[in-house]
Ligand binder design. Structure first.
Ligand SMILES: [Fe+2]
Ligand SMILES: [Fe+2]
Length: 224
């Protein structure tokens, strides 16, 4: 279990709803530590802390950005909710909790695909992105195809298929973010392309994972 002090800090800085999400991500990270032979406490701590800065005030965001020398690298990162809370959160837990482990800090920075840390594609970072989608409190029922794809993602993730899961997750984001009117981060596009080339599985893979290619209407009508 992560340090009690970390739990109390996150309970204080997260909204109650976000705190439940943070606990859910922590739980899934503990489960994935077993699958991917990660240090369990480190994985759980990363999950617990990943959204530390998501609910803080605009004034504190501004202060942390100045102090931490955090710069916007891509236009899309002006979106705090989907992008910038990653790097700001990493600096926040470094400052407030004394977290210095670059693996934890990189994972928090780049769970939103920001930054160019050495651990951008480390298994811990991928697990954090998976856990963020798969934690038990998530409810994707408003998005039928996302819910179906998340089910497929869960099977790959818990089956130890990290690269395939990473490809599925980034492919989901490439479709889902534009549907929600959110810009796709260039790093998401880049890693998706790299995985596609490395895995050489696109055609058959996307056939198997039809939820990605079906229109939302199709996916919804299948559920009726
Ligand atoms: Fe987040
Ligand atoms: Fe999250």
């Amino acid at each position: 279990m992560p340090h009690q002090h970390y739990l109390e800090f996150i309970e204080r800085v997260n909204t109650p709803r976000r705190f439940q999400h943070s606990l859910g991500v922590m739980q899934v990270m503990g489960e994935l530590a077993e699958v991917y032979a990660l240090d369990r406490e480190l994985a759980e701590t990363t999950g617990l802390l990943h959204d530390a800065a998501k609910d803080i005030s605009p004034e504190l965001i501004e202060q942390l950005m100045q102090e931490g020398g955090i710069e916007i690298q891509y236009e899309c990162e002006h979106d705090y909710v989907y992008y910038l809370h990653g790097p700001v959160g990493a600096y926040y837990v470094h400052k407030e909790l004394g977290i210095n482990d670059s693996l934890i800090l990189d994972a928090i920075t780049s769970h939103t695909y920001c930054g160019d840390g050495a651990h951008f594609t480390h298994p811990l970072t991928w697990c954090l992105r998976f856990a963020d989608m798969l934690e038990p409190g998530r409810n994707w029922s408003r998005w039928a195809w996302v819910e179906a794809a998340a089910g497929e993602l869960r099977t790959l993730v818990y089956g130890g298929k990290l690269d395939e899961a990473a490809y599925l997750l980034t492919s989901m984001l490439l479709r889902w973010f534009p549907e929600m009117g959110i810009q796709v981060h260039p790093h998401t596009r880049r890693v998706n392309q790299e995985l596609k080339e490395r895995l050489k599985l696109e055609a058959s893979f996307l056939d198997e994972h039809k939820t990605l290619t079906q229109s939302r209407k199709d996916a919804e009508s299948q559920r009726l």
